[in-house]
Design a binder for this molecule. Structure first.
Ligand code: 5GP
Length: 210
């Protein structure tokens, strides 16, 4: 009686370290599948098509929208980003917990469509630390960094729409905590109605005095 997997959204400001947290979570534990998004932004040095993202032209991306191939999509600092539907559905049906690392507008759309989604928000301890990390990783020019910081400041309004807040100070701790949150979620009564019904049926024999 295997349950379906849990759909988990991990969001956070650009530079919060979500990518690093995801990589470690995937390498430390078995039952997770990380969804690979489609985007129209260009690959960063070291990024590979089909590994970090499916890199698309605007035309191809808009065709995916038109053909209903995305669970959600959003525009972020001048580019489209979206979650391909087929992989996520297949993994959930296989009992895998599927993680979407997506920004907040997309997260809100998924929550509306699928209210049982678990929403986790990752943030560095302070705004200054956010800027340090974004500058330190050296993958964006200063104008893009400024646009992303501005966006982060706007995005703070979404923080209390999430189910859990995860402060990414120490990477190991953060990954353990995230895993713990997801494991606890598996024990929620609302996710175990089948097992409860099974037990109720099973226990009926006692009502006849056995
Ligand atoms: P980056 O360009 O830094 O890889 O990603 C920019 C933002 O887009 C991040 O907040 C990231 O989580 C978000 N993002 C990545 N993929 C998706 C997606 O499929 N849908 C949405 N809505 N956001 C995404």
């Amino acid at each position: 009686m295997k349950n379906k997997g849990i759909l988990i959204i991990v969001s956070g400001f650009s530079g919060a370290g979500k990518g690093t947290v995801m990589k470690k979570l995937m390498s430390d534990y078995d039952n997770y599948a990380l969804s690979i998004s489609a985007t129209t932004r260009g690959p960063r040095t070291g990024e590979q098509d089909g590994r970090e993202y499916f890199f698309k032209t605007v035309e191809d991306f808009e065709a995916m929208i038109a053909n209903d191939q995305l669970i959600e999509y959003a525009q972020y600092v001048g580019n489209y980003y979206g979650t391909p539907k087929a992989y996520v559905e297949q993994m959930l049906n296989d009992g895998k917990d599927v993680i979407l690392e997506i920004e907040m507008q997309g997260a809100m759309k998924v929550k509306e469509k699928m209210p049982e989604t678990l929403l986790v928000f990752v943030t560095p301890p302070t705004a200054a630390e956010l800027k340090n990390r974004l500058v330190g990783r050296g993958t964006e020019d200063m104008a893009t960094i400024a646009a992303r910081l501005k966006r982060a400041s706007e995005e703070t309004v979404y923080m209390d729409k999430y189910d859990y807040l995860l402060i990414n100070d120490d990477l190991d701790e953060c990954v353990k905590e995230l895993h713990g949150i997801i494991q606890a979620e598996h024990s929620k009564v609302s996710r175990n109605i089948n097992k409860i019904n099974f037990f109720r049926e099973d226990a009926k024999i006692f009502s006849e005095g056995e």
